[in-house]
Ligand binder design. Sequence first.
Ligand code: PGA
Length: 262
Amino acid sequence: MAKATKLVIGNWKMFPTTILEAKKMFTTFKKQRRNDVGVTTVICPPLPFLEPLKKSYTGTKIFFGAQDVFWHTEGAYTGEVSADMLKSVGARFVLVGHSERRALGENDEMVTQKVRASLEAGLHTVLCIGETTRDSQGHYLRVLRDQIAGSLRAVSKAQLKKLIIAYEPVWAIGEGNQAMTTHDLHQMLLFIKKQLIELYGKTLADSVPILYGGSVDETNAHSIVYDSGVDGLLVGRKSLNPFTFSTIISEVSRKPARVTKK
Ligand code: PGA
């Protein structure tokens, strides 16, 4: 993923209930979009809606992604879906290790297999990481370091090209929570980069886009991206409202005002 463009991903989670509603949401969203200069937009709908949405809207500049994947290519794994299957129905991106999946029992070992399988299949793979809580002693940093190392354990340097990291502190996700401050996010960005450098070296680490997720909305999107230095956003709730999600993309597309030197 070229770092020159910002990446905004909408994660619809398990909404809406029907394909009709999904099509309506997507049509409304698409009508809002004009010229997303400098922004790549991705929507991750529930899996049964991915192909119908993709099929009815070929030719748009919006990419589609899945919310999960399994690590085997095929086999007797009831209910699972492989990376190649996702690709064959039009997914170009996939989220792996979202905190809501980790809360359902997914561990780093499963996540690293999923990341590897997705990268091998050529999908842009969004590895989600983030601490559940913070403490004043900084233990959360160790948690995060272990999570990064564990989630990438099976991933070699050669496979890294399409990796994207989404840093989503779990305490900032969902109703009633607040996005992290841009100052703190900048610190975390440096911390995550340092972990990637230790694992893969500076050049490769620098090529991995790092996104932020957790209570992103139309009022904070611009400052989160341009004040903290992240490469884009992973948006949950606010991606379900086509107008709000569209405004978020416009905000990210709006370049920050230049500070003129005196
Ligand atoms: P939120 O969710 O934007 O609703 O906080 C983010 C996420 O879970 O990816």
